[in-house]
Design a protein around this ligand. Sequence first.
Ligand code: NAD
Length: 256
Amino acid sequence: MLKGKTALVTGSTSGIGLGVALALARQGANIVLNGFGDVEGPKAQVAALGVQVGYHGADMSKPAEIEAMMGYAADAFGGVDILVNNAGIQFVAPVESFPVERWDAILAINLSSAFHTTRLALPGMQARNWGRIVNIASVHGQVASAQKSAYVAAKHGVVGLTKVTALENATTGVTCNAICPGWVLTPLVQKQVDARAAADGVDNGEATRRLLGDKQPSMQFTTPEELGELAVFLCSAAANNVRGVAWSVDGGWTAQ
Ligand code: NAD
């Protein structure tokens, strides 16, 4: 379905980003990976699906490195047809003691990076009159949780950016939508399970049940594979007129 297209997925060496990259590769899209940590493993997983795979290690908190990454995608792959803004980090603390440096980093990585990749990808998409921008926002793009001021502010910002980008391109073949997951068991969330286990003096299983029980009525984690399949749908022709939505995949979290 996506043969001949190129998808750039930020923060795709792990977790949700890798799940989305693999799902798009299964549909035939060539993939540009980005992110830290082990790169060879994710590259091999994508290559095994028979598509071309590239990698750029740009730090999403640095606009100049983001520009270099987009330049690499243009030179090596002829541009970006599908942009998945996924890179993100978390930090928890009350507003009055939230470290300023963490606030700045979360806003830069979770929100501003999506502005930079989007502004740089749009001209090519508009020229080809086809493009898909999928922003991995969060349930925290729609509702709040205590201790997550920077993350919630950034994710609400991502939903806003999604709507504006969708509107500005509404008469074209370029769509922009957000996916809003609740809890997904990735390294980012395992840290929060560990913190809950330590705080409550319970084991991993009980900490997981408490974490889910607080917010996610299904009592199940969403998987990166499920989110990958939703991204595939948003990239399909059937989603031509799906524009500017913030699509919850949260086990009922925001239905409460
Ligand atoms: P993760 O920690 O498994 O993966 C994050 C990825 O981003 C990694 O590839 C990491 O190397 C990369 N990354 C981090 N900082 C970066 C930077 N400065 N520059 C480039 N890459 C960077 O996390 P995840 O849970 O897969 O999260 C992915 C996205 O999904 C994030 O935007 C997160 O906010 C969002 N999300 C996660 C959940 C969840 O429950 N896990 C829920 C809702 C939304």
